[in-house]
Design a protein. Structure first.
Length: 278
């Protein structure tokens, strides 16, 4: 049985990987100053950062179920007998819910996976599942691998300000107020699909150093690592180099986060994803 893979635009896989593996990507939308843009090809994270700095209203929106139906039917028409559809945490977005609703409107097998993560937390899982599917893996095998990769992945991220997470409803006003009042730089992670504060550290430099320490410990088992940033390429490259030295990994990908994540974390953010090999 040929298995097709669908994900959403917050997976942040490189375009060449998506094309090579035949992954179907459904875009979320960014609403900037009242105008809607697809995350893929519609608006860049740099444009989002500029809008945020200027005080413009920037929000995000999930795809509607009909977009997922079209994606599922496209792969089915191309010869895939079943679909595994993998999406960012349902605690952060209604994207998973839209995909589930769409799966009920088609007459072939679609399993929808709530990654309980974001960015390369699901990206690594999608990539692994697509490679297995393309090599002849069964639907059950592909689904199991994706679920195990999602369950094992972790993310830690540094944000320069909690303002944008609060505006997007991803943390509470009390959490944001506490961090700002103490003039501390937060390290955040995801627990059970939700963004939670992990630590508050004094100064950006100490926060990033602590991030490297935490990731180094998490990556002692054989893992893949990806780094995302929002207008912080030099810092991201520095973190990558230090993690290579700490973990012995020859390659760590460094990419800009997309417009959706950029909307909620703001300029200067860094995120590191660790995905153990399974």
């Amino acid at each position: 049985m040929s298995v097709g893979i669908v994900t959403d635009s917050t997976c942040y896989l490189p375009a060449e990987v998506i094309a090579e593996l035949g992954i179907e990507v459904v875009p979320l939308q960014v609403i900037s100053n009242g105008a809607a843009f697809n995350e893929v090809g519609g608006i860049t994270v740099d444009e989002v950062a500029t809008a945020l700095r200027s005080g413009k209203s920037v929000t995000t929106s999930r795809p509607n179920p009909e977009v997922f139906v079209a994606a599922f039917e496209k792969l089915h028409s191309a010869g895939h007998e079943s679909i595994v559809s993998v999406h960012l945490s349902s605690e952060l977005s209604g994207t998973y819910e839209s995909a589930v609703l769409a799966s009920r409107k088609v007459d072939f097998q679609v399993d929808v996976v709530d990654s309980r993560g974001i960015a390369m937390m699901l990206g690594f899982a999608v990539q692994a599942g697509a490679r297995l599917a393309n090599s002849g893996g069964s639907h059950a095998e592909v689904l199991d691998l994706i679920q195990r990769k999602c369950a094992g992945a972790s993310i830690i991220f540094y944000v320069d300000s909690l303002e944008f997470l609060e505006k997007g409803g991803r943390i509470t006003a009390m959490q944001a107020k506490m961090g700002a009042s103490m003039n501390l730089k937060p390290l955040l992670h995801m627990i059970n699909g939700k963004v939670e504060q992990q630590e508050l550290v004094r100064s950006s430099e100490k926060s990033i150093a602590r991030m490297i320490e935490i990731v180094g410990a998490a990556a002692r088992i054989k893992s893949e690592i990806a780094i995302h940033h929002v207008e912080a390429l030099d810092a991201a490259n520095s973190v990558a180099q230090q993690l290579k030295e700490l973990t012995g990994l020859a390659a760590i990908s460094v990419t800009s986060a997309g417009a959706v994540v950029g909307t909620h974390v703001g300029p200067g953010a860094l995120a590191v994803v660790v995905s153990p090999q399974v």
